[in-house]
Write a protein that binds this ligand. Structure first.
Ligand SMILES: Cc1cc2nc3c(=O)[nH]c(=O)nc-3n(C[C@H](O)[C@H](O)[C@H](O)COP(=O)(O)OP(=O)(O)OC[C@H]3O[C@@H](n4cnc5c(N)ncnc54)[C@H](O)[C@@H]3O)c2cc1C
Length: 522
């Protein structure tokens, strides 16, 4: 009889695990998803045919395996998108012989350019901050001199990198850190950078520094910065092109779910797994919140580590305490449909009706709680019901589950968000046509709380031979979609190859080499 695998969660990691099992083994997967949505935090919310991406998900990866995975399932456009046609804009289309025209078919991956800038002092700055002429002009001579001196000081007197503040000051100098990073990091995480371990910087900002920013700026000016979509020589924060499904990331994951079902895999929606029954080093069964028990040979979990440990039948107090002390950051997106924006395109890029060209904008203004602004028209013109006459915005607020922001009534929060955007002169309140709100719990696993003792949990779960922790919250790791997928791909490959260690799963997105190695099979 063929073996079975229970997969917890229909997000990118869970869906990838199921697809890999179906296409590479004879193990039969069944996914249990707690909500009514496919895609996890990479879902797309459809509000009256205006589609909202929770966070703005770029599809790019330094892993060839993932790039191929995405584009095999959803081919790249061969014909320009609606906005590129309207603007007569040239883009890198696929040369495939089979026509993939986003104006006629839906299951198609668009090629998009990334632009994201910082909005501060009611004007735009490059992101990542560059030391360009316009930055100097906007900041003023006195601040620039201070930045120069403090950067030189940071080069001469390196700090021991005990936390994120040290990490950033070592790379950017204290003044630039105070101007652009300190308050924003606090907005996102709700804690000061000095209370966040330096690991976070290593993983997210990686090799970025003033020197890298200057090199990138010079290459831009000299026009020697042409990259293909894998952009292997580009630091993560500088990646400039990406793929994007016509209707947002949820569209891609819906398509994957359909593929899984057509291959014989099962997906059970609205079933939350709450209990794990174990015997020696084996997980025997799981139980859902309605009390139904399911047995299987393998278990893949992309549910938050905290909930997983909480559901275990046997665990000691230390493991329990570390799991309970893990922290998360949640976030709220307010969708606002507006007639027009007050801010206009001040770049050389061509845009429709002279709208701003940014995919998203980091809001550094200190007088508002707003953290980031998505301009969905620029992600895909097909996300917006009436692209020509409206702009569809996503206002992102970072918060904690059950704090004041989280508990504010939806309509009050929408009107508060509207006011904030008008206050910093991005829109006029009277131009707002409609609005909606979506709350995303546990959007970010925190690298604070008991995270420093996370190895205790790792050792505990690694003991269970047939249990595989995968994904972002599933491993309490700041994984993007590609990393989340690679953890699932590696776990399935371990089963196929009889590899018992889980170390290669944990090391995805930790060891830089995996990005670069073309021959690896993850
Ligand atoms: C603001 C923001 C921007 C981002 N931008 C990008 C980007 O540009 N590019 C990129 O690649 N990635 C991006 N990401 C990361 C991406 O969203 C995640 O890496 C990815 O969704 C993680 O996939 P996952 O399957 O591990 O987890 P999730 O997406 O969280 O899915 C887990 C699933 O498990 C379900 N579940 C939880 N508990 C249970 C339970 N007990 N029983 C059953 N089901 C359960 C959940 O409902 C959910 O559907 C971004 C994330 C955020 C927050």
């Amino acid at each position: 009889m063929s073996k079975t695998a229970i997969i917890i969660g229909a997000g990118p990691a869970g869906l990838t695990a199921a697809y890999e099992l179906l296409t590479k083994t004879d193990i039969k997967p069944i996914i249990f998803e707690a909500t009514e949505n496919i895609g996890g935090i990479s879902k797309t919310f459809n509000y009256k045919q205006n589609r909202m991406d929770m966070g703005g998900h770029r599809f790019f990866s330094k892993s060839d395996t993932v790039m191929k995975w995405w584009t095999d399932l959803m081919p790249i456009q061969t014909v320009p998108s609606k906005d590129d046609i309207l603007l007569n804009r040239e883009i890198d289309l696929s040369k495939s012989e089979k026509e993939q025209d986003p104006n006629k078919i839906d299951d198609v991956m668009l090629v998009r350019n990334r632009l994201s800038r910082i909005y501060f002092l009611k004007t735009f700055f490059d992101y990542p901050v560059s030391l360009s002429f316009s930055t100097m002009k906007n900041l003023g001579v006195a601040r620039i001199i201070k930045i120069g001196f403090s950067y030189t000081y940071s080069l001469l007197f390196k700090r021991e990198e005990k936390n994120l503040e040290d990490f950033m000051i070592n790379r950017f100098g204290k003044e630039l850190y105070l101007t652009f990073f300190k308050d924003y990091t606090h907005k996102v995480w709700g804690v000061e950078p000095k209370d966040i371990p330096a690991d976070w910087g290593t993983q997210r900002i990686k090799g970025l520094s003033i020197i890298k920013l200057l090199q990138q700026a010079v290459k831009k000016v000299l026009g020697t910065n042409k990259q293909d979509l894998k952009q292997k020589n580009t630091e993560t924060s500088l990646i400039e092109k990406f793929y994007y499904p016509k209707f947002g990331p949820g569209h891609f994951w819906q398509l994957t779910a359909q593929k899984i079902q057509s291959l014989g895999g099962k997906i059970e929606m609205n079933k939350k797994i709450v209990k794990f029954e174990t015997e020696n080093n084996i997980v025997k069964s799981v139980t859902d919140d309605a009390g139904n028990k399911y047995v299987a040979d393998y278990f893949f979990s992309s549910m938050p580590v905290q909930d997983l440990i909480n559901g275990f039948d046997k665990k000691d107090d230390v493991v329990k305490d570390v799991a309970e002390g893990l922290e998360y950051r949640s976030f709220i997106t307010v969708g606002l449909l507006v007639k027009d924006m007050v801010i206009k395109n001040n770049t050389k890029l061509k845009t429709y009706k002279n709208r701003v060209p940014d995919d998203w904008i980091y809001i550094q203004e200190r007088e508002v709680k707003l953290g980031r602004l998505q301009v969905f028209n620029n992600w895909s013109p097909y996300l917006v019901k009436d692209y020509e006459n409206t702009v569809w915005l996503g206002l992102e607020y970072f918060c904690n589950e059950n704090d004041d922001m989280w508990n504010t009534k939806d309509e009050d929060f929408i009107s508060f968000a509207k006011k904030e955007l008008a206050q910093i002169k991005i829109i006029k309140e009277e131009d707002v046509l409609d609005g909606c709100i979506v709350k995303v719990p546990k959007a970010y696993p925190g690298y604070f709380g008991t995270y420093k003792k996370f190895d205790i949990i790792k050792d505990f779960v690694n003991k269970y031979e047939n249990l595989f922790l995968v994904g972002r919250n599933g491993m309490h790791k700041y994984n993007n979609m590609d990393h989340s997928m690679l953890t699932a791909i590696t776990a399935v490959s371990n089963i196929i190859n009889g590899i018992k260690t889980k170390d290669n799963i944990w090391s995805v997105n930790t060891e830089q080499e995996y990005h670069e190695s073309k021959s690896d099979n993850v």
